[in-house]
Design a protein around this ligand. Sequence first.
Ligand code: CUA
Length: 404
Amino acid sequence: MSGQSPKRLLTLAPALAALMVFAAACSAKAPQTTLKPKGPKAETINNLINPIFAVAAVVFVLILGGALFVAIKFRAKDDDDFDAFPEQVHGNFKLEIGWTILPAVILGLVGMLTVVTIFDLARKPDPKTAIQVEVYGQQWWWEYRYDVNHDGKYDEIITANDLVIPAGKEISLHIKARDVIHSWWAPALNGKKDAVPGRTHPLTIQADKPGEYIGQCTEFCGLSHAEMRIKVVAITDQEFTSWTIEQQKPFANPTAEAAVRGWSAFAGQCTTCHRINAMTDPGSAKNPVDAAKIYKYRSVVNQVSGAAPNLTHFMSRDMFAGGKFNLRKNTPACNKLGYDWAKTKDGIKDCLNRTDLEAWLRNSPAQKAMKPGAVPSTMSRGMPNFNLTEDQIDDLVAFLTTLK
Ligand code: CUA
């Protein structure tokens, strides 16, 4: 054994180095790395990680290097006296003071930097000027409700999956949960924050530049936990202003034949859970009085059912089904169209991810990790299988694509 170990270590070294290079290469395109901050809050965290990592690396190298050096240099040799004790250092005043004070100083420094960072992250932006968004975690998607006019009510915009924000501005998130504990995390913009039922947890995010920042739920919250994704879409100030105006527009009656049929199917089944702001009954044109009776609750502005996403501006999103699927095809040409891809000429024709959307309507429990064969009464959460016909699915897609 003796004499073998150093050699073995030497042969292992290149393999370890190769592994490190390989691991580093893996992270080059990782959108969820914490090491590439894209906003001041994440930058603040990174500024804590870097010095602490440096200190830890020095300690690691010194301790392990020292242990390795001692183990190799003073390893037992055949002519050693195995009964002899090595030199004892117990009671060595200078050494003992040294290895007590040095770690205390290092930990004191780390603690100081950490406390400063925590206070920095806890600082909230001015509630009168910063954009306020309520974030609801729920099995298994995120809802975002905006207080655009700062009246304390989060009812102007209700959307899901994509969180749209203006770049370069501080955004105040108020994180809540409707069922179990979730955790909201977009690593490029800030650290994690738990969404706990009955509580509101504040989190401030800011993106330096327009772009898409990927995240996910990071607290196990049930079968589809891994499919509860987050996408923060940062756009310019001007784009955000027009986005907020568009998002506050109510439902507009579709006119195309298939879309009108889809509207009927939607009003008949989907409105049990989904909401469309100010949606009227498809038959209202013919019989407005009856329609008002049956659908009166649907004409209220901005409704939250608490069960499923509000779909008023469904096509303005990039993702659906809790972010498991892209609504917009993920091709360079479609990505180039940006956040309002569906409004561009041929945007829907060329870039709608029709395959996954139809599959979702056909049998959504099969698309997500839910109870096999689940029916609404036995399923805790999630869209059930409505056994729609292919014609109904085509009509519903035609209807959904009008919700821009
Ligand atoms: Cu929600 Cu995990």
